[in-house]
Design a protein around this ligand. Structure first.
Ligand SMILES: [Cu+2]
Length: 303
């Protein structure tokens, strides 16, 4: 892991300290999703700073379950064709063929290093189950058309506390870690009632530190969600699980409007000086009940 950590750190440090002033130079320092973990198991992410060739990417074991991306730069427009899963470094059929195995209700962590930006909401989405090709029983996420994929939101966090949007503490700020190896861990529970299948997971950080200039940092990975035998008694009689009803689904691009005042926002403005609430853009979260026994459902608070 240390090679990956160092390469991300090098890119981040190169920008802020090489320019003549801290402000403008900082604007060119960005970041990306580096790895995933489930419990103690680490899944290596794609590193745009030391890209693997197609052969390495598809044949490496245990394999990279993350969609490749071409740089750690943000996306600046809500209508970008890359808003779903970032600008790809490799296209089908060279997209990753690997999946992170998970059971519904399990936690997935996304790991970043030395995350730089402190302001703006963070959200996690799941795709619709990826289509099952003929002669297979398993979904294939590697060749889906990302602009046509439908998504639902499973987690979000915005402004946590504080006097206003500019000086308050956002989840994005509390997610930062500049100590030791600088590991930022973003842990989200997969909905306990979600249907079995293979999914794309989409992590989105929307940074709002530039007035009127939103920056989307998105990263996608492949999940293989199976009930298995781990959670005994779960879903008896309804083993297939559920998907959200229609109003939860969005596409990227499409979910965000170019005239959304909370996306194209000046957090430093007079008008926002006393604002203590921020509604995270996008659809409502699908709670995805956690099934506790044969007799009761429970709406557990998501992390
Ligand atoms: Cu940046």
């Amino acid at each position: 892991m240390s090679g990956r950590i160092q390469s991300f750190l090098a890119v981040i440090l190169a920008s802020p300290f090489s320019g003549s002033g801290s402000g403008p130079a900082f604007a060119s320092a960005h970041g990306g999703l580096a790895n995933y973990t489930v419990g103690d198991v680490w899944y290596p992410g794609y590193d745009p700073n030391s890209p693997l060739g197609p052969l390495q990417l598809t044949q490496q074991q245990p394999g990279i379950p993350q969609r490749s991306y071409s740089s750690i730069d943000p996306i600046f427009s809500p209508t970008s064709p890359y808003l779903a899963c970032n600008s790809p470094a490799l296209s089908p059929p060279n997209t990753p063929q690997h999946y992170i195995p998970l059971t519904p209700g399990q936690n997935l962590s996304a790991i970043y290093y030395f995350w730089l930006h402190p302001v703006g909401p963070m959200s996690v989405y799941l795709s619709e189950p990826c289509p099952i090709p003929p002669n297979s029983t398993l979904g294939d996420c590697s060749s889906v058309n990302l602009e046509e994929v439908k998504w639902f939101k499973i987690w979000e966090s915005g402004l946590l506390t504080g006097p206003n949007l500019a000086e308050g503490t956002w989840y994005q700020k509390s997610f930062q870690n500049w100590v030791g190896d600088g590991e930022n861990r973003w842990t989200v529970r997969i909905p306990g009632r979600v249907r079995e299948g293979r999914y794309l997971v989409r992590h989105e950080i929307l940074s709002l530190h530039v007035a009127g200039g939103p920056q989307w940092y998105v990263g996608c990975g492949h999940l293989d969600v199976r009930r298995g035998t781990i959670r005994e008694g779960e879903g008896e009689g309804e083993g297939e699980g559920e998907l959200p009803p229609g109003e939860y689904w969005v596409k990227f691009p499409g979910a965000y409007r170019e005239d959304d005042p909370d996306i194209f926002i000046d957090i430093y403005s007079e008008e926002n000086a006393n604002r203590t609430e921020y509604v995270v853009p996008g659809p409502r979260i699908w709670p995805g009940y956690v099934f506790l026994s044969n007799f009761s459902y429970s709406f557990l608070p998501l992390p």
